[in-house]
Design a protein around this ligand. Structure first.
Ligand SMILES: NC(=O)c1ccc[n+]([C@@H]2O[C@H](COP(=O)([O-])OP(=O)(O)OC[C@H]3O[C@@H](n4cnc5c(N)ncnc54)[C@H](OP(=O)(O)O)[C@@H]3O)[C@@H](O)[C@H]2O)c1
Length: 238
């Protein structure tokens, strides 16, 4: 039986992936801050499921929380890092910017560092990060969010380079969703918003194929291509 840890599995994409893995008979450990949701997921499942309250912004406790899951599971085949926050903040309210940076940059970097080191020590494993298509360009509606997602995407690429360079049996996948129907998808004029279930199945399929990078849903590949080649004056007008 395969074993997975999902960091940020209480709702949205992380929860969608947890439900698929449980359905496919994986042993799954799920983390998040909302203990009521963790208990609800555990209560709904007949399979073996571990839950762990974990706030990734509490950097000093973060390793201990993740270590506890590793020691219970013994071997971990897959780690999915889905935790994240997003706020529309063109006004650059510092409280919001700081929260996004503390979570999506500091908190996530600690998780990536810990998980990569553990999987390296174990000798094998697959680390999946959920960044975003927002990582591709600066976005005036959510400056810290788009920058934090660029940080995550580059970090995951760097980890893949380390794994390759050191000939480690580690796989690294960067998942870049467009818009998925969770509270995270905010703003006006949203389009191509994918249901959580559809997005989660596409991510699961990409994980099985051990893809390096994947756009979710698939049609967002087109938007990614446009975003990459768009001149800055186009972005400034949007
Ligand atoms: N929805 C979209 O359109 C979209 C598009 C591109 C990328 N993404 C990315 O997909 C990932 C999942 O987001 P989602 O759309 O599924 O939204 P969501 O339902 O709000 O899920 C966010 C998850 O992050 C966890 N989280 C937030 N702050 C945390 C913290 N301090 N410590 C630990 N966990 C924390 C939440 O758990 P607790 O609240 O229980 O802690 C929750 O499980 C995020 O990284 C997001 O940036 C989403």
């Amino acid at each position: 039986m395969q074993k997975a840890i999902i960091i940020g599995g209480t709702s949205g994409i992380g929860r969608g992936l947890a439900e698929i893995l449980i359905e496919k008979d994986w042993t799954v450990a799920i983390t998040g801050r909302r203990t009521d949701l963790l208990n609800e997921i555990k209560g709904n499942s007949k399979n073996r499921i571990l839950i762990q309250e974990h706030d990734i912004t509490e950097i000093n406790n973060s390793d201990d929380k993740m270590e506890s899951l590793f020691s219970q599971l013994k071997v971990v085949d897959l780690v999915i890092v889905s935790s994240g926050v997003s706020e529309l903040n063109q006004e650059l309210n510092w409280e919001i910017e700081n929260k996004v940076i503390k979570t999506n940059v500091n908190g996530i970097a600690k998780v990536y560092e810990f998980m990569f080191s553990k999987l390296k020590k174990q000798g094998h494993g697959h680390l999946v990060g959920i960044s975003s298509i927002a990582s591709l360009r600066g976005n005036r509606y959510c400056p810290s969010y788009s920058a934090s997602k660029a940080f995550q995407a580059n970090y995951l690429e760097a980890l893949r380079c380390i794994a390759k360079n050191e000939k480690l049996d580690l796989k690294i996948t960067d998942v870049q969703p467009g818009l998925v129907d969770t509270p995270m998808a905010k703003g006006e004029g949203l389009f191509w918003v994918a249901p959580v279930k559809k997005a989660s199945y596409q991510i699961y399929s990409a994980i099985l194929k051990q893809k390096k990078k994947v756009y979710i849903t698939k049609r967002w590949r087109l938007i990614a291509w446009i975003m990459k080649i768009a001149p800055s004056w186009v972005l400034e007008k949007m």
